[in-house]
Structure formats: C-alpha cells, structure tokens
Design a protein around this ligand. Structure first.
Ligand code: G3H
Ligand code: 13P
Ligand code: ZN
Length: 326
C-alpha cells in the first residue's frame, strides 16, 4: 500500500485543535471506533453539535477491522461529514490510540493517520523518552502530531493490565516534554480504563491538584485524559435487565471531567461508555424481539444510542459543542 499523507484524506493534526481548545476552555472528544455504526454515530454527533473530533483507532481495532479498510473508512468519514453538513467539514483528526511501539506508529503515519500516541508509560523514564523521541522525529517529518504518556492508569489497556494508579509526577513533565518534543501529554491523575473502574460507594476524584501542579511546570501545554468513561448506571441497568451480567461498577463523574476540560486538558478519551450504550441497545432489541434477525434492526438502535451519548458528552461534559469553526 502506497504511503499517503493525511492532508490528502481531508484530515487535520491536533496542533490547531488543541490551541483553540486551550483558549476556549473545552476538550476535544477522542472517541474510539472499530466499525461502521460507531463511525456513523461519531460523525453524526460531532456534525450536529459542530464539534471538532479526534477519531481514535487502537492497535486492536486495526487488527479487528483491517488497517487498509480502516484508513479508507476514515477517508470516507471526512466525505460523509461534508455531505451531511452542506459541504462544510468539521476538523477531524485520525489518531492511533496507545501505540505500543515505533513500528505501529510508523505504519499508521504511512497509512494516513494525522496523529499518533506512543505509549511508553510502562517503560522506565529514560526508555520512555528514547522511544517517544524516535516516534516524534519520524512523525514530525510528515507534520503528524504525537501524544506521549507519563504515569500509569489503573485498568486494562490492550494487553497491559495495571492494578493501581501510578500518578504522573509533576517533577518529570517538563524534562519529558523538552527531551521528546511531543505535542501533547497523557497523564495519570485518577482516571482508569475500562468499565470496571471503581466500586459502588467509592468517591472517585480526578486529582485536580496534581493537574494544577503539572500546568505550572508546562504552562499552555496540551494535556490528555485517558480512561474518562463515566459508566452510566442507566446503561448498566438496561444491560443487566436484558440478560447481561455486568458487575457493579462506577466511573468518573461527569462533573469532574467538566472541570478538567476547562483547564489545560485538551483531549478526553471515551470508549467504554460507547461500548455500554451499544450493548444496552442491542440487548434490549434481542430481548424484546427475539424473532428479529436483521442486523440493521439491532445495530440501527445501537447507532442511535451511541449518537445520543456522544451529543450529550460534547455538550455537557467536554464543552466542545459549537467550536468546530472557531
Ligand atoms: O484504552 C483503550 C481503548 O479503550 C481501546 O481498547 O484496545 O480494546 O481497542 P482496545
Ligand atoms: P475508557 O475505557 O474510560 O472509555 O477510556 C478509553 C481510553 O482511554 C482510550 O484510550
Ligand atoms: Zn487510553
């Protein structure tokens, strides 16, 4: 497959997006997708709320959907976004989520991604710097932006499972950013991956004090929050009332995320809430209409539920609605 530059696909990198988000006091949504219905829901929600958008693809998603097909889906997404918005294209970035190594980042850049994350958070500080710097050097040749990570989130990321948070140390951020040349930094301040984040009765808090300390060390530098699903309890209830067996769990409160979005946090990653919304809608159709076997009859409602969720996030949580054409 020939190397392609993201600019030819109608995509943008994160540089301008983050500058505007920082100034406007909101965060750009980063929503993961693996299939057509998720992509349609994300595009429709962001066009309808006039929000900038980061489309995220994990290594697992690339393997699931096929890297070539995904790249054309993203190109199709920019055409689709224009078509449903009188020819006006909202800013769309195609981003690799949790890039595990240089080769995956390079491959994504060559396939037309406009942004990549290199997740060296599980390595030593020095190894993380070395790996991140190598990715930045390659990416910047093509004007592709790079997200690095310092600190470890609890929960599951692809194959890596961490039982506890290792909060980002404010003392390390300045030298990491300087030494690597990254364009944004994911930090660990209490959020966590997956649907089983915290137990009912816990009072999960984002460590806004650590965030403020980090902001002091790298003023105006774009910060990224992973693991930012809120695990809506109404969705968990629908799933379990319709044959599901999800364990009781809660996520990060939306009020906490709204506060973070007003600060230097310019990108907020949400995947699990979308999975819950789709699963709830599909389980309900399967339970209510057991004779149904046309996939459009359950994937259609799942797409609608996802769209509703993303519209809510853009307006009420991230504050990105209305900022596409700032
Ligand atoms: O943080 C991880 C994302 O939710 C992607 O998950 O690796 O299962 O596609 P995945
Ligand atoms: P959630 O599992 O909280 O949705 O986090 C997603 C994420 O961080 C993707 O990188
Ligand atoms: Zn993540």
């Amino acid at each position: 497959m020939a190397v392609v530059n993201y600019k030819d696909l109608g995509l943008v990198n994160t540089r301008d997006m983050f500058k505007k988000a920082m100034k406007g006091g909101y965060a750009v949504p980063a929503y993961n997708f693996n299939n057509m219905e998720q992509l349609q829901a994300i595009i429709q929600a962001c066009v309808e709320t006039a929000s900038p958008l980061i489309l995220q693809v994990s290594k697992g998603a690339r393997e699931y959907a096929n890297q070539t097909l995904l790249r054309y889906m993203a190109q199709g997404a920019t055409e689709y976004a224009k078509e449903i918005n009188d020819g006006k294209l909202i800013p769309i970035c195609l981003h690799l989520d949790h890039g595990p190594d240089f080769e995956t980042c390079k491959s994504c850049i060559d396939y037309g991604f406009s942004s990549v994350m290199i997740d060296g958070s599980h390595f030593s500080f020095e190894e993380n710097i070395e790996l991140t710097k190598k990715v930045v050097e390659y990416a910047h040749k093509y004007d592709v932006t790079v997200e690095g990570e310092l600190g470890v989130l609890a929960g599951i990321e692809d194959d890596v499972k961490a039982a506890k948070h290792i909060y980002t140390q404010p003392d390390e951020v300045e030298s990491f950013v300087k030494a690597t040349g990254v364009d944004s930094l994911a930090i660990a301040i209490g959020t966590s991956h997956g649907a089983y984040k915290f137990k009912p009765g816990d009072d999960p808090k984002i460590r806004l004090d650590i965030l403020a300390e980090i902001e002091k060390r790298i003023p105006g530098f774009p910060i990224v929050l992973h693991g930012s699903s809120s695990v809506p309890q109404d969705l968990v209830k629908i799933i379990n009332e319709n044959g599901g067996k999800l364990k009781d769990a809660i996520g990060i409160g939306e009020d906490q995320l709204r506060k973070a979005a007003k600060s230097a946090v310019c990108k907020i990653n949400i995947d699990s809430d979308g999975r819950l919304a789709m699963t709830a809608a599909i389980r309900k159709v399967m339970n209510d209409k057991p004779a149904e076997f046309d996939p459009r009859k359950y994937l259609g409602p799942a797409r609608e539920a996802l769209k509703k969720l993303y519209i809510h996030k853009n307006i009420e949580v991230l504050g990105s609605a209305g900022h596409a054409f700032d």
